[in-house]
Ligand binder design. Structure first.
Ligand SMILES: C[S@@+](CC[C@H](N)C(=O)[O-])C[C@H]1O[C@@H](n2cnc3c(N)ncnc32)[C@H](O)[C@@H]1O
Length: 299
């Protein structure tokens, strides 16, 4: 597992309290849910949310048989576990998205919201997601759009050096990137995904507007504006509905679920709180504790 890009580590962070609880972001939460519902099949077999954090959106996945909440932060996953209780459909998995601990072709639906901005190597992430997507699977991706009106105004007013029109990602703070829609689409295509419909989201994420108008009104306005995403993308947040082609790999075996993140061999069933890699040249084992599968470090 060498040459892995750096990770923005949320272990032990107060992200939920600091960013969401009573922080005036009900508008953002609601418009993201509207976009997600527009793209995500409401029911299905196995879904994964990549970078699920404390499970803010987990209640959207109730129509799925199995829901993997995947994140690098064990502590945020424990928060998710605490509020979702012991619903057996939810599976909590800690690991790094550049080395996913799942067999090929496993997931019908993959969701990624508010996390791509931490990807120092988005193409490597997309390649890994293409591996674990099932044939014709759905990948709903939200990303922070550098090509937005506020960035353009700041650039023209010379308050910002970087150009929102250049396609390369901009790292505006260490391990925080904004992306150009055309760059993202091209990288997705290179990894085998086909991008279909687009939604522009959070058009009214502007403090004076949020102060002047009721949230309900701004949410209704955003709902109307989202569909202009197929024409142009000028909002700070963009949702893409991607499909993986029919030719994507099928699951190795219907029973297999976890794979060794080091060598990708399907893992044996849990034994004494560990999952063992049966490959003689690897032999790593991974811990399972209090319902959390931990692929961050091995023995
Ligand atoms: C801003 S939070 C968003 C959480 C959630 N998607 C939401 O909208 O509430 C970003 C999340 O991405 C996770 N993350 C960042 N880099 C990661 C990586 N390399 N592998 C897995 N998760 C990662 C962080 O741990 C964090 O929980």
């Amino acid at each position: 597992m060498s040459d892995i890009p750096p990770v923005c580590d949320y272990e032990g962070s107060d992200y939920q309290a600091r960013f969401w609880q009573g922080q005036g972001r009900e508008y953002e939460d609601r418009v993201e849910r509207i976009a997600l519902r527009r793209f995500m099949p409401p029911t299905g077999g196995t879904l994964i949310e990549i970078g699920a954090g404390f499970g803010r959106l987990a209640d959207e996945y109730k129509g799925y048989d199995r829901v993997v909440l995947f994140d690098y932060s064990r502590s945020l996953l424990r928060e998710a576990q605490a509020h979702l209780g012991d619903d057996p459909r939810y599976i909590y998995v800690a690991g790094n998205w550049y080395n996913m601990p799942f067999v090929d072709g496993l997931f019908d639906t993959m969701v990624q919201i508010r996390t791509l901005h931490h990807a120092a190597d988005a193409p490597a992430l997309f390649t890994e997601l293409a591996r674990i997507a099932c044939p014709d699977g759905d990948y709903i991706l939200e990303f922070a759009n550098k090509h937005n009106l506020k960035a353009m105004a700041r650039y023209w007013a010379k308050k910002q050096e970087w150009s929102p029109f250049e396609q390369e990602p901009i790292e505006f703070v260490e391990l925080n990137f904004d992306f150009h829609p055309r760059w993202i689409e091209a990288r997705l295509q290179e990894s085998g995904f086909r991008t279909g419909d687009k939604l522009t989201v959070s058009h009214y994420r502007f403090a004076p507007l949020k102060k002047a108008f009721p949230t309900k009104f701004l949410v209704a306005m955003d709902r109307l504006a989202q569909k202009t995403g197929n024409l142009w993308q000028l909002s700070p947040s963009v949702f893409l509905h991607n499909k993986h082609p029919q030719t994507a790999v099928s699951p190795l075996s219907p029973a297999a679920f976890f794979a060794c993140p080091s060598c990708k061999t399907a893992l044996n069933d849990e034994e004494n709180g560990r999952l063992h890699c049966p490959s003689p040249s690897c032999g790593h084992s991974w811990g399972v504790k209090d319902g959390l599968y931990d692929f961050k470090s091995h023995e």
